[in-house]
Write a protein that binds this ligand. Structure first.
Ligand SMILES: [Zn+2]
Length: 117
């Protein structure tokens, strides 16, 4: 399904978690974040809907994902801060942005801050 593939591209493969003393830990976002579910199989995760909200300083994306293992839905909330200081127009320069990723349950209840991407 084309649409599903497009949605998959919106999801970063990994998030980084800052650990107090051990630097950063890399975790896969290809997993179900709901309680009592250990699904880490990409094939059992089906992204089916996206909502994008653009604010002055950030872009917020909600990606709805159906877990075929526990048959529930969760939401990955991706918050990207826009580059505020655009001092140069050089095209080869990557805009400075930072992303935060959260997991929400089906009702939009926050399951926690996962990390950075
Ligand atoms: Zn699940």
């Amino acid at each position: 399904m084309v649409e599903e593939d497009d949605l998959r591209l919106e999801i970063p493969s990994y998030a980084f978690i800052a650990l107090a003393r051990r630097g950063m830990e890399k975790i896969s976002l290809d997993q179900c974040f709901l309680n009592n579910c250990d699904n880490q199989d990409l094939n059992l995760l089906e992204p089916f809907k996206k909502e994008v909200q653009e604010e002055e300083k950030k872009i917020i994306k909600h990606i709805y994902i159906r877990c075929k293992k526990c048959n529930r839905t969760f939401i990955l909330k991706l918050e990207t801060l826009k580059n505020v200081a655009k001092s140069t127009r050089a095209k080869e320069e990557e805009p400075l942005s930072m992303g935060l990723v959260y997991a929400l349950d089906e009702d939009g209840k926050n399951l926690g801050h996962i990390g950075y991407f």
